[in-house]
Design a protein around this ligand. Structure first.
Ligand SMILES: Nc1ncnc2c1ncn2[C@@H]1O[C@H](COP(=O)(O)OP(=O)(O)OP(=O)(O)O)[C@@H](O)[C@H]1O
Ligand SMILES: [Mg+2]
Length: 274
C-alpha cells in the first residue's frame, strides 16, 4: 500500500491568521498532519496553541489562509460546499454538549433532522426502532428519544452529540475537547464509549485535548502543538514516555504522572490540564 492510500485525512502547510493584523502571529503557522483509516491521532498543546483552529479547518467551518485539507485525496473545502458524501464522512463532536445541541429540540427530532439532510443514511425500515438502536449503541435508554436536549445531563447530551455524528456513518470523527467539560467519572464513560464505537464503526479520529492522560488512553499517535506549530509527533507511548522536544517535556512535567489516579474532585490542581 502506498502512503497516499493509507491516508484518510491530510492537512498540508495550514496557515490561519485571525483578524489579519499585520505582523500578528498566525494562530496556525504551517501545520501538516495526516490520519490513516481507523487511526486515532491525538492533538495536544496548551490553550491557544491552535488546536481548535486546525479542527475548524478540517470540519470546513473556517477557511485557511493557506494550505490544503484533503480527504482520500479530495479537497475538503467549506462545510456547506462539500459534496454530501464528504460532508457525511467528516463529523465533529464539540466540547460543550449543551451548546452544540438545540435545547428545545427532542432527541428524536435532532436525529431525524440529520437523516433528512443525508437521506442515504436514513434507515429503510422502522425509524423509531432504528433510533432506539442508535441510542442503545450510545448507552442511552429509548425513553431519551422523547426528551428535549435541554433537559438532559451533560453526559447524556454528549452521547446524543455522538449519536448525531454517527447517524450519518462518518469515516472520521473530529473530537475537540469532547470530554473536557464533563465530570471525571462521566469523562471516563464517554472515553470508553468512543473507544468502543471507534472499533465497531471502524472510525478514524482526530482527538484534540489538552489532557495528556486522556490522549494517552485513546490515541495511536500524538502531535504536539505549540504556538501554531507542531513541534513533535510520534507513537503515543513514545512521545509521552520519551519526549524529544523541550516543550513536550514541559507539558508532561505540568501534567499528572500518567499512572497517578485522577484526583476525586477532578480539578486542574492534579494538572492533567496544561
Ligand atoms: N475567532 C477568533 N478571533 C481571533 N483570534 C482567535 C479566534 N479564535 C482563536 N483565536 C486565537 O488563535 C489562537 C489559537 O486559538 P485556538 O482556539 O485554535 O487554540 P486552542 O489550542 O484550541 O486553545 P484551547 O486549548 O484554549 O481550546 C489563540 O491565540 C486564540 O486567541
Ligand atoms: Mg480549543
Amino acid at each position: 500500500m502506498s502512503a497516499s492510500e493509507r491516508t484518510l485525512l491530510d492537512v498540508r502547510d495550514l496557515r490561519v491568521s485571525y483578524g489579519g493584523r499585520r505582523g500578528a502571529r498566525a494562530a496556525v503557522d504551517g501545520v501538516s498532519l495526516s490520519v490513516a483509516p481507523e487511526e486515532t491521532l491525538g492533538l495536544v498543546g496548551e490553550s491557544g496553541s491552535g488546536k481548535t483552529t486546525v479542527a475548524r479547518c478540517v470540519a470546513g467551518l473556517l477557511r485557511p489562509g493557506a494550505g490544503t485539507v484533503t480527504f482520500e485525496g479530495r479537497p475538503l473545502g467549506r462545510a456547506g460546499r462539500r459534496p454530501p458524501e464528504l460532508q457525511r464522512a467528516v463529523q465533529m463532536v464539540f466540547q460543550d454538549p449543551r451548546s452544540s445541541l438545540n435545547p428545545r429540540m427532542t432527541v428524536a427530532s435532532i436525529i431525524a433532522e440529520v437523516w433528512r439532510t443525508h437521506p442515504v443514511t436514513a434507515p429503510e425500515g422502522d425509524r423509531t426502532e432504528a433510533l432506539h438502536r442508535l441510542l442503545a449503541d450510545m448507552g442511552l435508554d429509548p425513553e431519551v428519544a422523547a426528551r428535549r436536549a435541554g433537559d438532559l445531563s451533560g453526559g447524556q447530551c454528549q452521547r446524543v452529540s455522538i449519536a448525531r455524528a454517527l447517524a450519518v456513518r462518518p469515516r472520521l470523527l473530529v473530537c475537540d475537547e469532547a470530554v473536557s467539560a464533563l465530570d471525571v467519572s462521566v469523562q471516563a464513560q464517554i472515553l470508553r464509549l468512543l473507544v468502543d464505537l471507534r472499533g465497531r464503526h471502524r472510525l478514524a479520529m482526530l482527538f484534540i485535548s489538552h489532557d495528556l492522560g486522556v490522549v494517552h488512553q485513546i490515541a495511536d499517535r500524538v502531535a504536539v502543538m505549540h504556538r501554531g506549530l507542531i513541534v513533535e509527533e510520534g507513537r503515543t507511548g513514545e512521545v509521552l514516555t520519551a519526549p524529544r522536544h523541550a516543550y513536550t517535556r514541559a507539558l508532561l512535567d505540568a501534567a499528572l504522572d500518567l499512572d497517578d489516579p485522577v484526583p476525586e474532585d477532578g480539578t486542574a490542581d492534579g494538572r492533567a490540564v496544561v
